[in-house]
Structures are given as C-alpha cells and as structure tokens.
Design a protein around this ligand. Sequence first.
Ligand code: GRG
Length: 300
Amino acid sequence: MNPDFSLKEYLNNRKTLIDRAFDDYFPGDKDEPPEIFQAVRYSLLAGGKRIRPILCLAAAEAVGGNVEAVMPAACALEMIHTYSLIHDDLPAMDNDDYRRGKPTSHKVFGEAMAILAGDALLTEAFRLLTDRKRMPDIPAEKILDVSLEIAEAAGCRGMVGGQVQDIRAEGVKVDLDTLHAIHRRKTGALLRVSLRAGAILAGAEDVALADLSDYGDKIGLAFQIADDILNVEGDPAILGKGTGSDAARGKMTFPSLLGIEASRARAEELVLEAHTSLASFDNRATPLRAIARYILERRF
Ligand code: GRG
C-alpha cells in the first residue's frame, strides 16, 4: 500500500466531487414542480458515505480510467441507492423517522411526496446514465451494457428482489446460506455493479473486470455484516439513525446467527479475501484496498 495515501482525504475529495456533480444535475427548486425537486435534493444532499459512487470512481481509476468521465454513472448509482433508502424508511416498510441524521423524507414532505421522490430518483438515474451528452467519450454500447447491469442489480433480480426476500424472512429462522442469498441481492448487487460500471465504462479488460467483481462480492458481504453489527452496538448519534431495530423486528442477521465476535471474524476474512482479489492490480487500486478495510471499521 502506498504509505502516503490518506483514505480520509481521498474520501473527502471524492464526496466533494460527487456533491458538486449533484448540484450541477439538480441545481435547485427553480424547476417545475418545485416540491419534487426540493424532495429529491433534500435526500440526495443529506450526507451519506457515498460508498457506491466512490467505488464506481475508484474502479475506473484502478483500470486506468478518468474519474470525471464516469461521474454520471457514479451519481446514478447513488441516486438509486437514495431512492431505496427513502422507500425503505416509509411507514409501509421500516417506518423510520431518521436517516443520515435528518428526518426522513416522508416526515418532511409527506408520504406521497416521499414515494414520488424515490420514483423520481430511480427514473432520473437512468436519464443521467443514458443521456449521450453526459459521457460523450464512452462508446454507446458500453453505456448500454452498464445500464442493463444496473437495472438488473436494482430490480427484481437484485435489490428489490432481496428486499422482498428480507421482508418475507422477518420473524422466520433462516440459515446462513439463505441470509447470504438475501444480502447478495439486497445490498451486494448494487455495490458489485458500482465497481463493474466504473470498470466497464473505463474500458477494463475481462480479467480485471472479473477480479473487481470478486472484490465487490467480498466487500458487499463484509458491508452487510458491518451494518448488522452497527445495528447491535453502533452509536445512534454517529449513525444518524436508531439501533436495535433488527432485533425488535425479529430479523435474522449475522450477529443473531453467528454472534458478534464470529461475525466480526468473518468480515475480517472477507476483507482479506477482497485484498487477494486485487493482487494483480498496481498502486492505482490503493483506494480500493483501503476502502475494503474502511467498510469493516466504519462507525456509520
Ligand atoms: C426499498 C427497493 C427497496 C430496497 C431497500 C437498501 C435497502 C433496500 C434498504 C436499506 C436498509 C438497510 C439497512 C440495508 C442494509 C445496508 C444498507 C444498504 C445500508 C445503508 O447504506 P449506506 O450505509 O448508507 O451506504 P449511506 O447513508 O451512507 O448512503
């Protein structure tokens, strides 16, 4: 690992670039009708770690690509993620009052507008992806491939399907394989495709793409285990949302199945495996190596 590399600086720099891009795509509430633009901006600019867009940009970098050239795809991934959080927080789902340290969308704008803000973010994400003016130097067939992969990762075969399996499993005792299968779709698919999107758009060779996909699988699972552990022993003030909700809902999680220590040990193993997946990459993958560890050690 490059000894001069600072992950903190890297993440801050990337977050600034991403926020600037969002400001450019959604400049304010001057558009009609203003309520929907306000609701979209409220959730998009509410903070968050920006892990998915940062992974997309870092994957592009790791294969020698240019960060700004893939920014629309990176932002589209964050928009899909943000829509999923808004809908997940709705009374019909988790009924949460706080997200990213702020009142949830439906608490501020009402339920109808929160549903529409989620719908708008999902739709606008594909608008951003498929607008030829946004990524003019990238071949159209690569953009098409990436759009399909993202749609698959976000839809019934990915995140939405995983959310359905997760709801179905509430209060039911499931085994470790089932838990893995749920999270591979619910959380893993979007993280994995974030890496693939950045790499494909930057022109990655097949071998590099396969290694990055493997890295994505490992960190996707590690991310979910870390999330489950934070739900047990995280600090709500730092998390920006409540804890203990998994146990209250009778949800099977990695800590409830394996215990906290074994869950942490499994996540540690996954981070090492993720590093192994990047063995053939040079220093341009330094950020990805550091992000794998951050995913485990994060406190929010
Ligand atoms: C409603 C279609 C639909 C799907 C919801 C993502 C999701 C599926 C639900 C969110 C609930 C949850 C706790 C999922 C597990 C892990 C996860 C996605 C956490 C939130 O992502 P972070 O930590 O959030 O990247 P920030 O706020 O940093 O962007």
